[in-house]
Ligand binder design. Sequence first.
Ligand SMILES: CC(C)(COP(=O)(O)OP(=O)(O)OC[C@H]1O[C@@H](n2cnc3c(N)ncnc32)[C@H](O)[C@@H]1OP(=O)(O)O)[C@@H](O)C(=O)NCCC(=O)NCCS
Length: 247
Amino acid sequence: MRAGVQWVTPVETPKLLDDEVHIWRASLEMDSAALRRFESLLAADERIRAERFMFDRDRNRFIAARGILRGALSRYLACSPQIIGFVYGPRGKPAIASGGEQPPIHFNLSHAHGLALIGITRKREIGIDVELIRSDFASQEITKRYFSPKEIDRLNEIPGERRTEAFFLCWTRKEAYIKAKGDGLHIPLDSFDVSLSPDEPAQLFCADQSRWKIETFVPSIVPEHRYAGAVVAEGKDWAARYFEWKQ
Ligand SMILES: CC(C)(COP(=O)(O)OP(=O)(O)OC[C@H]1O[C@@H](n2cnc3c(N)ncnc32)[C@H](O)[C@@H]1OP(=O)(O)O)[C@@H](O)C(=O)NCCC(=O)NCCS
């Protein structure tokens, strides 16, 4: 995992070059004034979605994530956040509405336990995933259900406490790939493999692996919570830059 990533708070919107992937991380914990401000940015369908959450905490995090997403995209598009329109792929992947033209930028969003990651590129499809590393979730049962036979064998070779980290490296890499493709769980999770040992570089083994590059990084904001993050984007000729979102 790329532990040494520096999360920079830029003074101005960073210029997004064709061979870059910009990754923003943001805390979704905020006060009610900030939440109200974000809520006012949402489109009618997003507000309807927000209302459907049973728990306030989930509703607030959805509003915060969509508000920050709109805020981040608006900086690159040089427009106000509320006028950005989204269209959705057949499996729900959001993209910027651009009247059938190529969208000016691509993005993907992931959030887990109060932390959001947004990946932004100019001309490349992108998928991003973040998960909180926690041992209670990384069970044999879940592993058997979601991982490929090769991944299960590899995971079982990894001793003790490193296995939990390897589990989440595997999970986030698989999720980032299916999110880049936009097909969600319609892609059989045993139809491709990822590397998962914390000592090995991130790798994808799939029929279209020449189309993608994958990176793994550590997105933790607070030391007591460890997260795993992975990004998959089209092409091999890009480098990621990491930014911190401040209100
Ligand atoms: C919906 C899915 C795309 C991601 O779900 P997730 O991991 O629970 O959630 P994340 O926070 O990473 O991503 C959700 C965001 O991805 C975006 N998204 C939604 N559908 C998407 C799709 N088909 N492709 C890419 N991105 C999508 C949305 O912006 C969404 O956030 P929002 O609804 O708040 O706007 C899908 O992959 C899924 O259902 N996963 C379930 C988890 C699982 O079983 N994973 C197995 C890994 S081994």
